[in-house]
Design a protein around this ligand. Structure first.
Ligand code: ADP
Ligand code: MG
Length: 509
């Protein structure tokens, strides 16, 4: 691809040696950036484009939807300034139900929801896709944030216009949320009629959790600044959002480094932050954009929806990608069994290695999603092509060298070898190396304890005492500590698939 950053050439050149080309190669190319509007400056102005004012799409349920809209059940209206009397609980619930019908029913159909005053359904720690609150229930952004999935919605309904507006203000582009529907008047009609002064009236707004962590918080789980960005709904953005991954700002990164290394000299941290923001992160994000293009071009169609589809990039003057927009692989769908999780993940990994000739190298549970089409992988920021000689570029050689010394997976592998928990020679040999066996090793570890990522807990049925869980733990043990470490049965993703199929046959017999 002429005119692209040399990093693309590097990935392509080395990979070309061995990678089978499946389709006319535009590998490394990403689809030109769509115009993704910046999040609109949200204001608590009356909502002019409430759901009820939009055209009703034709298709199944058209008549029902059209009738529902004609019935004056719920209607969003510009907010009048008139004060409203305090409501009793019953009418409050009625109003909340009306607001729910207006904004949430379709948006979260089939997804877990809860009242803010009650615990989330399911096991402790399980997250929901929508939370509804009325006065008296927990309603502050910091109380709501930890209970919602990324992209989850918070609906608040109150009777005091001023306090609802104040609360909406606290969510407006702050504390990890974006206000999606500004403060709007909600009526709960009785017998299909609205009687002035009698029909209960409330004020509601809807906010979406668009950040992964709250401003000022620190985590080891993520590195880049990743958020949901609103955009026109379409085939690549069914929910009206795309995922935007950016190089973090110097300021944010320095804060993080100071938090992580409180003892280190500030000037050292400043130098490190500059290097990361100016060179290291843009390099890896540029590579990631290229890898996503390669995956779309080389994976069989069945696997293409299981990795992020690149939708656009923004580069700096040097040609480095600083912002990458991708399709949001939204967590959801029917829960799957632990065995299905393991099988789908291993099959996807085998496709990654054998079809796209790409190794992931950071296959932590945080970089996996479960969507209605099954298990998916995200975060190809550390990925490398099989056959790519990173050491041929001094800069890449140094960066990958450092990554292989410091990544969570490599550190864990080192410790496990030291303690005798990994004796499989094929795995021990790749410690500190850029090699696809690292992926197989880490997947074998993950499938035995799939509940590490809180976002996925309710989507993987896992019972540590079940026969399947025991069989999977035995498989993990066989991968890590085979009877004959020199002639191990399991070395690759395909070997794992084979072992898992065997368990499947046994369990379903
Ligand atoms: N395309 C995507 N679809 C769904 N979730 C995503 C997508 N990209 C990233 N994520 C979520 O955002 C998190 C951080 O993104 P990731 O690419 O892993 O960045 P980092 O390199 O900082 O770890 C992921 O762990 C995942 O939860
Ligand atoms: Mg990640």
């Amino acid at each position: 691809m002429p005119g692209q950053h040399p990093i693309y050439d590097h990935i392509e050149r080395d990979a070309r040696v061995r990678a089978p080309q499946r389709s006319p190669s535009t590998a490394g190319e990403v689809i030109p950036p769509p115009t993704i509007p910046r999040p609109a400056a949200q204001s608590a102005q009356p909502n002019q484009t409430a759901a009820s004012d939009r055209p009703i799409a034709a298709g199944p349920g058209f008549l029902k939807r059209a009738l529902r809209r004609l019935m004056p059940n719920t209607k969003a209206q510009p907010t009048p300034a008139r004060p409203t009397p305090v409501r009793n609980d019953r009418s409050m619930q009625k109003l909340a139900a009306a607001a729910h019908r207006l904004w949430l029913r379709r948006a979260v159909a089939g997804r877990p929801t809860a009242r803010a005053g009650q615990a989330n359904p399911g096991a402790p720690g399980q997250l929901v896709d929508a939370l509804t609150a009325t006065p008296g229930e927990p309603k502050l952004p910091d109380e709501v944030f930890p209970r919602l999935h990324w992209g989850g919605l918070f609906l608040y309904l109150g009777d005091n216009e001023k306090s609802v507006r104040n609360l909406a203000e606290a969510y407006d582009g702050k504390r990890g949320f974006t206000v999606e529907q500004p403060v709007t008047v909600i009526h709960a009609n009785t017998l299909g009629m609205r009687l002035p002064g009698v029909t209960p009236k409330g004020f509601a707004f809807l906010a979406r959790k668009t950040q992964l962590i709250q401003p000022g918080d620190f985590t080891e789980r993520f590195t880049y600044h990743v958020e949901l960005t609103p955009c026109p709904a379409g085939p690549f953005a069914p929910d009206g959002y795309v995922v935007t991954k950016r190089v973090p700002t110097y300021h944010d990164l320095l804060q993080r480094l100071r938090h992580k290394f409180p003892e280190t000299d500030l000037n050292d941290l400043r130098k490190r932050a500059h290097k990361l923001v100016d060179h290291v992160f843009p390099t890896f994000l540029t590579r990631e954009a290229a890898m996503l293009g390669i995956l779309q071009n080389n994976l069989d169609p069945a696997f293409r929806d299981k990795v992020p589809k690149p939708l656009g990039i923004e580069k700096d003057q040097r040609g480095f990608v600083r912002t990458l927009h991708m399709k949001w692989m939204r967590i959801g769908g029917e829960p799957i069994s632990q065995l299905d999780f393991a099988l789908q993940a291993a099959e996807l990994l085998a496709a990654l290695h054998d079809q796209a000739r790409v190794m992931h190298l950071d296959l932590r549970m945080d970089n996996m999603v479960i969507t209605p089409v099954g298990v998916g992988f995200v975060d190809f920021g550390s990925a490398c092509r099989i056959g790519e000689q990173v050491s041929r570029s001094p800069m890449l050689g140094e960066l990958f060298g450092e990554m292989m010394r410091t990544s969570q997976i490599q550190r864990m592998l080192g410790k496990m070898i030291e303690r005798g928990h990994v004796t499989n020679n094929a795995i021990a040999d790749v410690y500190g190396k850029v090699d696809k066996t690292v992926d197989a090793f880490y997947l074998a570890v993950q499938i035995a304890k799939p509940h590490v990522n809180p976002d996925l807990r309710q989507y993987i049925a896992y019972d540590s005492e079940s026969d399947t869980a025991k069989a999977l733990s035995a498989l993990t043990a066989a991968v890590l500590r085979p009877k004959n470490p020199e002639m191990a049965q399991y070395k690759s993703a395909t070997d794992l698939v084979r072992g898992l199929r065997r368990i499947e046959r046994r369990v379903t017999r």
